[in-house]
Design a protein around this ligand. Structure first.
Ligand code: MG
Ligand code: MG
Length: 240
């Protein structure tokens, strides 16, 4: 899983270096796929439930599951979410980031940084003996205190031999409730944060999830390992 995580993280770094006004989301996806395959891994998302690409690439008010297309061109001021998975020798990594395209609004930058920071709030709670509800409680209380909302209809998850495993990891919840964490658990923790209402809807393409009120949304995900002490981020370019 460390190798799968490293390949996943490298794919995201590669993608981030491509981001500029004028590039299509399809071109980014193609480069991501090439990197994963060159590492001897497989894109976890390609064909998953029929998904037609290696990465989910979602712009602005799109929350998750955006389909890369040569007609989707990044524009100055956009924020772009890239969600990638790589499977190596039967195990998966899953990670997502939100990037600004050129100069973006202060509100967009704050949304991106609050979303990233909310992941690290969950990390503080990701200790053996704690419960899944502690993670969600940590994420949501932090996000709300910053004036944003968390998506409720889509959640984090266990990750391993399957891309999506038990338990579900909501970005909300009650402290002290839910499945207990223990060393060796591998989890995809992924706050999805909206600038406006938490409500989302799916577009008619059957995949793309957008905010109902059209507000911006950001996403930050890593696959992590629960240990006896601090959790370890598996989707890290420096993992060894
Ligand atoms: Mg993901
Ligand atoms: Mg995930």
């Amino acid at each position: 899983m460390k190798i799968a995580g490293r390949i996943t993280a490298e794919a995201l770094v590669l993608a981030s270096e491509l981001i500029r006004p004028g590039i299509s989301t399809k071109e980014i996806d193609t480069k991501i796929q090439r990197h994963i395959e060159r590492c001897g891994a497989k894109p976890s998302f390609l064909g998953y439930g029929g998904f037609p690409a290696s990465a989910c690439i979602s712009l602005n008010n799109e929350v998750i599951h955006g389909i890369p297309s040569k007609n989707r061109i990044l524009t100055e001021g956009d924020i772009v979410k890239i969600d990638v998975g790589a499977r190596y020798r039967g195990y998966n990594g899953d990670s997502a980031r939100t990037y600004p395209v050129g100069k973006v609004s202060d509100e967009a930058l704050r949304l991106i940084s609050v979303t990233e920071a909310s992941f690290y709030e969950a990390m503080k709670a990701a200790r053996s003996g704690n419960r899944i509800g502690d993670l969600g409680f940590a994420v949501e209380s932090f996000v709300i205190s910053n004036g944003f909302s968390v998506v409720k209809d889509y959640v984090g998850h266990g990750v391993g031999a399957d891309l999506h495993e038990e338990p579900e990891i909501p970005n909300f919840g009650r402290a002290g409730r839910g499945v207990r964490l223990y060393p060796g658990m591998t989890l995809a923790v992924e706050p999805m944060v909206n600038a406006g209402s938490y409500e989302v809807k799916k577009l008619r393409d059957g995949w793309t999830v957008v905010t109902k009120d059209g507000s911006l949304s950001a996403h930050y995900e890593n696959s992590i390992l629960i240990t006896d002490g601090e959790p370890i981020i598996l989707t890290d370019v420096n993992i060894s």
